[in-house]
Ligand binder design. Structure first.
Ligand code: GLA
Length: 389
């Protein structure tokens, strides 16, 4: 739906009045490499996508917030002075969680009417939630006369997800959605939030995103459990590394040296993934900057193996896609992207081989899994901002 159509939708749903209607957009993201490192104080390398969440919004003079989406057939209504009541809503809870967090941070909000057009596949591991959270924050702040500080927006929306949704996610998704830049990937140190934009120059290749179409939800997944296992590994390693605040403060060589301190084998595997993955991110950024795409692809392959065998967040559907992708001509690398347990893979594929890739991987997947995968050739995009008709 384009912006003019979204405006019409808002008027159709809530009626006409004098208040100004404005529009905001915030993207989903694909993570090139650096999975489950963000909440371990490590590095990530995501890029924002053209698949995005767009909202049309108009202020109200009372304290009621009303939400609608183009793929929904009812309006969600909430009062800004009792936002804690709506946590169990199946839809609208992300937006209301953000409003709650903004108010707790001291921002004064008035009521409003919103219509969302969400084009990031839901539950697909491409940060559909972060896109909604960030666009909500940018819209609410802007509509109440605040100039959004986008790093602050990333932090507040991450907290909204912790407090309101109950998923203890890292900051990667919200940061990528807030701070992304077209034609670039973001090399982000999640401990310090230092970041740099790296030109995504893929010299005759494209990122192909393949969706398993296996639905998952982070809340129901083992995400929080993985976090706890990492904390437990860190607690053990602290006997040797007292100063370490996060797992990623420890190098792989140090981990190998002290691995006997980790009592539980599963915790050890989790730590081996996280710390090796963090080192792979840095090497991948270097490879991309030097134009060595084959090396970048190799790190992606290693990343997938580590997520599958050590972190155990892959699944049959993701493994089938990666395995089929790596057999195709012109493919430099392929891996699961996002939290795992379903969602998408990302592959680097030579332009001239993309058509064959989609056909062959699609056929193999359908044959082995029994239903279709979806393929996206989404371009990269800018982070959350106001958009105009
Ligand atoms: C989800 C979380 C992120 C990150 C990834 C895994 O997308 O929201 O913070 O932990 O999983 O890398």
């Amino acid at each position: 739906m384009n912006i003019a159509e979204l405006k019409n939708k808002l008027i159709e749903i809530y009626g006409e009045n004098e208040e100004e209607i404005r529009f905001f957009r915030s993207p989903g993201r694909v993570n090139l490499i650096g999975e489950h490192t963000d909440y371990n104080g490590g590095c990530v390398f995501p890029a924002a996508l053209t698949m995005a969440s767009t909202v049309a919004v108009r202020n109200r003079k009372d304290n009621i917030i009303r939400l609608f989406a183009t793929d929904l057939n009812y309006v969600v209504e909430a009062k800004l002075d009792c936002l804690s009541l709506y946590q169990s809503y199946r839809w609208g809870n992300y937006q209301l969680g953000v409003a709650d967090e903004l108010q707790k941070a001291g921002f004064m909000l008035t009521g409003c009417e919103m219509v969302f057009d969400d084009k990031v596949p839901l539950g697909g591991g491409l940060s559909s939630s972060a896109a909604i959270e960030v666009v909500t924050a940018v819209a609410l702040l802007s509509m109440n006369g605040y100039e959004p500080d986008m790093v602050e927006v990333a932090k507040l929306t991450q907290l909204a997800e912790h407090h309101y949704i109950g998923v203890h996610c890292g900051i990667m998704d919200q940061f990528a959605s807030a701070m992304g830049k077209k034609d670039h990937a973001i090399f982000l140190d999640c401990k310090t939030l230092d970041y740099s934009l790296v030109p995504l120059d893929l010299a005759g290749h494209k990122l192909v995103i393949t969706n398993t179409n296996k639905k998952r939800s982070l809340g129901e997944s083992k995400y929080n459990e993985r976090r706890k296992q990492c904390e437990s590994a860190l607690a053990d390693l602290k006997q040797d590394y007292k100063e370490a605040e996060y797992l990623c403060d420890i190098t792989y060589a140090q981990l190998l040296h002290s691995k006997n301190l980790i009592k539980n084998n599963i915790d050890l595997n989790r730590a081996m993934h996280v710390i090796s993955e963090n080192e792979r991110v840095k090497l991948s950024v270097k490879a991309l900057k030097e134009g060595d795409l084959s090396l970048l692809g190799q790190y992606m392959i290693e990343s997938h193996e580590s997520l599958r065998d050590l972190y155990e967040v892959s699944c049959l559907e993701l493994d089938v896609l990666v395995e089929a992708s790596l057999k195709q001509p012109g493919v430099l690398g392929s891996r699961m992207t996002g939290a795992g347990f379903g969602g998408c893979t990302v592959s680097i594929v030579r332009d001239s081989d993309i058509e064959g890739f989609i056909k062959n991987v699609g056929d193999i997947y359908k044959h082995k899994i029994g239903y279709e995968a979806s393929f996206y050739l989404s371009e990269t995009a800018d982070g959350g901002k106001e958009v105009f008709i």
